[in-house]
Design a protein. Structure first.
Length: 296
């Protein structure tokens, strides 16, 4: 295993929206906000949906097409967890093709989203409620390599994003960062990024505390991880304690945006969304956006 040099520069500022609820709402204010504020959308397409829920999968394809028509980028997360209906069954179990079939399945899904700028290796692969399905950093490595093969099959021309192998987020003992995907000699030539979810269900209430948490992982003060540039692929500036439509919420968003622009950090906001009434309407799920969400 040869040593790999660190990158010299951060990836560059871009801002994405997660879940893509903006794109199929009839709320003109929501669409205008997406049009004006975001470079792209993060769409999560699951193996279970591709194989067993074609109507659900078709929704994500339609959202990608709308984003394309608006001139926006597509961040495609090909996920191997179950479809959640709320916080209680979030990442309940893993449903993923076997390793020898994984690359072909990844390639087939990518072909449904030919304009994807980013392909991501699952959402939070280090966490699943079923403890028997949790994996180590070392077990994650060959799955990333299968996604690399899938990117070739699907003729993907953009970034490959994989979860940073931070020991603190993996659920089994004996994890070694040097066993992780970042340390492989295999490279996806168009570029690879390390994904982080540093601040989602957090309790920070001041911009300084939130920014300190975000920058704690960086290399020598730059938005660079173990071997690749960092992308905050889910970020909720208001966390668990603040609401978006408040002065404090606005201050948190403004501070994060200014920091990300200055530090050339790509980010994806989790909490701006037009959600369904049965997913998060109780307030237990992070985020509130009365501007676009009729249920708040």
């Amino acid at each position: 295993m040869g040593a790999q040099p660190r990158p010299k520069n951060p990836a560059g500022f871009e801002i994405y929206e997660c879940w893509g609820e903006f794109l199929d709402t009839q709320n003109r204010m929501a669409l205008a906000l997406f049009e004006d504020c975001f470079d792209g959308v993060r769409i999560m397409a699951k193996f279970d949906e591709y194989f067993n829920q074609p109507q659900t999968f078709a929704k994500w394809v339609r959202r990608a097409e709308i984003a394309k028509q608006m001139g926006k980028k597509i961040h495609l997360c090909i996920d191997w967890h179950n479809t959640a209906t709320g916080p209680n069954d979030y990442h309940d179990y893993v449903q993923r093709p076997t390793l020898n079939k994984l690359a072909k399945a990844v390639g087939a899904i990518i072909k449904e989203f030919p304009n994807a700028s980013i392909v991501e290796v699952a959402n939070e692969p280090y966490y699943v409620q079923n403890a028997q399905q949790r994996i180590t950093i070392k077990e994650y490595h060959p799955l990333v390599l299968a996604y690399i093969d899938g990117c070739s099959i699907g003729n993907h021309k953009g970034i490959l994003l994989a979860s940073q192998s931070s020991k603190g987020k993996w659920n089994k003992p004996g994890n070694k960062v040097e066993d992780g995907w970042e340390w492989s000699d295999t490279r996806w030539q168009p570029g690879m990024w390390e994904g982080l979810h540093t601040a989602v269900l957090h309790t920070h209430t001041t911009p300084n505390d939130l920014i300190a948490a975000l920058t704690d992982h960086w290399y020598q003060g730059k938005a660079i991880g173990y071997q690749h540039e960092i992308y905050e692929s889910e970020l909720a500036p208001t966390g668990k304690l603040l609401k978006t439509n408040t002065t404090a919420g606005a201050q948190m968003y403004s501070a994060v945006l200014n920091m990300a622009r200055q530090e050339r950090l790509p980010i994806c906001f989790l909490t701006i969304d037009g959600r369904s009434p049965n997913f998060g309407a109780s307030g237990n799920w992070p985020g509130a956006m009365g501007l676009v969400n009729a249920y708040e």
